[in-house]
Design a protein around this ligand. Structure first.
Ligand SMILES: CC(C)(COP(=O)(O)OP(=O)(O)OC[C@H]1O[C@@H](n2cnc3c(N)ncnc32)[C@H](O)[C@@H]1OP(=O)(O)O)[C@@H](O)C(=O)NCCC(=O)NCCS
Length: 333
């Protein structure tokens, strides 16, 4: 299976039922171009958030057609009052006042999350301009984790073109310093995503040590412990750790470093020990290798939220909006 097969699955599933997806920063160039494509191909209905005049001016400037999109200005919308009440009800136990709820709705991310939470829309794509945390904070506070999930984590589907293989890597966006239990769940979430796309998950918990070669530093022990916890959670998947990236992806390196291991250079799911390692690796992969990011998904969240990213290429931004529609249909799929 290659990235085209994965994108075919995404597009087919997106079309199963016409969904309504909110694009939080509706005036952004890449978002407008994605909107044009998604509307033209009929993957989803779209709501673009932002100042209507500005959105239309930018659309004209970039020569995109967004006439079929609904445009909502959070600051002027008639939905505002009801959404503020709903937000207050949702978060009052956390100390949010009615006045604060009203103010938060000026923010396209809070407004967009409330549109999804209240069922006005089926999914949200954001953070094309703002930092990831500005989207994820309201998403986690308002939309929250699925009933059966213990945490939300991001999974990136990478097209390793040089070696003609697909890799699922996690978590490069969200969980800053997970403990062993959380890391195990990140591994399980990513493996479930790989499985849903038809792969047999072979998960490697990455470190700077392979099966004890680096000693017993706490950050190594964390990956080792996470491996055991994850294996207990999903007996039918293969989990191995701790492993270095070379032994995870290169059979020759594995032959020298860990003969007899369950993963011998054939991992298809890579789990980083923390966000420092993963986020740096992720940007290096994008800048230095032929590998490209096919799609990214949030696993464990109740309704689809897509992190678009400030340096993400146009193709990926477009695919992520389509992926939001696929995710919204995944229950029915
Ligand atoms: C996502 C993030 C913003 C949340 O942290 P925060 O703003 O400090 O907020 P909190 O830790 O108070 O969490 C806010 C809510 O989200 C929930 N939450 C936090 N992380 C979660 C996770 N991984 N899964 C599910 N829920 C989570 C908390 O339980 C809390 O819910 P509550 O308010 O209903 O009790 C933070 O983890 C973060 O900054 N991550 C890194 C983002 C980033 O910069 N990425 C790199 C660039 S891509």
């Amino acid at each position: 299976m290659d990235m085209n097969d994965i994108l075919d699955i995404v597009k087919k599933k997106a079309r199963l039922k016409r969904r309504k997806i909110v694009i939080a920063e509706g005036w952004d160039e890449r978002c407008l171009k994605a909107a044009d494509h998604v509307l033209k191909e009929g993957y989803a209905d779209l709501v673009l958030l932002g100042d209507e005049k500005k959105i239309k001016e930018e659309a004209k400037k970039f020569k995109v057609n967004i006439t079929k999109a609904e445009i909502i200005d959070p600051k002027a919308s008639k939905l505002r009052e009801k959404l503020a009440k709903d937000l207050y009800e949702l978060r009052k136990a956390k100390g949010l006042t009615e006045e604060q709820a009203g103010k938060l709705l000026d923010d396209v991310n809070y407004f967009g999350c409330m549109l999804v939470q209240t069922g006005y829309a089926d999914g949200l794509a954001g953070s094309a301009i703002c930092p990831t945390a500005d989207l994820m904070r309201p998403a986690l506070q308002i939309i929250k984790t699925k009933k059966d999930a213990t945490l939300v984590s991001e999974v990136i589907v990478v097209d390793d073109r040089k070696n003609k293989r697909i890799l699922f890597i996690s978590d490069c966006s969200l969980n800053i310093d997970p403990d062993a239990e959380q890391l195990a769940q990140i591994g399980v979430n990513a493996a479930d995503v790989a499985h849903a796309f038809g792969f047999k998950p072979k998960v490697s918990f990455l470190s700077f040590s392979t099966k004890g070669s680096g000693g017993d530093a706490p950050v190594i022990l964390k990956s080792r412990e996470a491996t055991k916890i994850a294996q207990d959670k999903r007996l039918n998947y293969v989990f191995e750790g701790e492993m270095q990236a070379d032994a995870s992806l290169d059979p020759k390196a594995a032959g020298r470093k860990c003969p007899g291991a369950k993963v011998m250079g054939d991992a298809n799911v890579l789990i980083f020990p923390n966000l420092v390692a993963s986020n740096i690796a992720c940007h290096l992969i994008m800048k230095l290798s032929e590998s490209v990011f096919g799609i990214t998904l949030l696993a464990g969240i109740r309704k689809p939220v897509m992190i678009l990213g400030r340096s993400t290429p146009q193709d990926l931004v477009t695919n992520l909006v389509i992926t939001a529609a696929m995710e919204a249909n995944s229950e029915e799929g």
